[in-house]
Design a protein around this ligand. Structure first.
Ligand code: SAM
Length: 255
């Protein structure tokens, strides 16, 4: 059996996909980014930390709002892609750091804004990552958590986690909104505002972005063809396998 850690699996999944994540329209745009920009607003004096920056779309947005952005990720090629794209866009206020969410090597209360988008469901220790974000956030700071959220209902929840794992073995778990609220409260955050969005995933590009193996793609398709009416309805399942999921953005401050 392979003896690799979960973090190594994340890195092996994402290292070769950096360009795809930079190009991905699912990640490069979306009403959640507009929502975040409105809440963060212009803070020229602020320093922001974007955890699990991936292709850097939230980091690029923050770079236009705050004075300085630190973009961190486990994957070095992702960070190299972000640095090159920041350079191409003339964004001189983004620094990249190779680092795990659970182990943010910054002094306590270093940042005015901490964010994470579409990354937390990969973290080996989700709550540890939230606690680390709380530790490096200033007492008057602002936190933004954006991710896919799991259905509260066990049936579609099981389907979501199964499809996600088959597509990408570095998936850990999409938490439900209730689980997010509980984990944030016990990590020292007070939730200020929550907004939910619906996100349509086009089947072919969703698999292509992660280079899902043919055997796993076939398993996903096979599962989809067996989906009950309520599962198909929940995910707005389409003929070609495209489907829709729920996402949420949570705005919080230190308790
Ligand atoms: C889907 S991408 C993030 C997208 C990006 N935040 C955006 O807004 O476009 C997920 C990223 O999370 C990173 N990641 C996964 N687990 C991590 C961890 N424990 N610590 C830091 N980064 C992690 C992966 O390497 C990957 O680059």
């Amino acid at each position: 059996m392979p003896a690799t850690s979960h973090d190594n699996l994340v890195v092996s999944q994402y290292d070769s996909r950096a360009a795809a994540y930079l190009r991905s329209t699912v990640h490069a745009s979306g009403p959640d980014l507009v929502w975040i920009a409105e809440r963060v607003g212009h803070r020229p004096e602020a320093i922001a930390l974007d955890v699990g920056c991936g292709g850097g779309h939230l980091s690029f947005l923050l770079a236009g709002l705050v004075g300085h952005v630190v973009a961190c990720d486990l994957s070095r090629p992702m960070l190299q892609t972000v640095a090159a794209e920041a350079d191409r866009r003339g964004l001189r206020n983004i620094a990249v750091r190779e680092m795990a969410a659970e182990d943010l090597a910054f002094a306590p209360a270093s940042f005015d804004v901490v964010t994470t988008r579409y990354s937390a469901h990969h973290w080996r220790h989700w709550q540890g990552g939230l606690q680390a974000m709380r530790r490096v956030l200033k007492p008057q700071g602002l936190a933004v958590f954006a991710d896919v959220v799991a259905p509260e209902d066990a049936l579609p929840d099981t389907w979501l986690q199964s499809l996600e794992l088959l597509r990408d073995p570095s998936h850990v778990r999409n938490a439900s909104l209730q689980e997010w609220k509980k984990a944030l409260a016990s990590s020292g955050f007070a939730v200020l505002e929550v907004t939910r969005f619906r996100l349509r995933l086009e089947f072919a590009s969703w698999l292509e972005r992660m280079r899902t193996s043919p055997v796993h793609a076939a398993a996903i398709r096979s599962l989809q063809l067996l989906a009950s009416a309520e599962v198909a309805e929940y995910f707005s399942l389409e003929e070609d396998g495209s489907f829709s999921i729920d996402t949420a953005v949570i705005l919080a401050r230190p308790l």
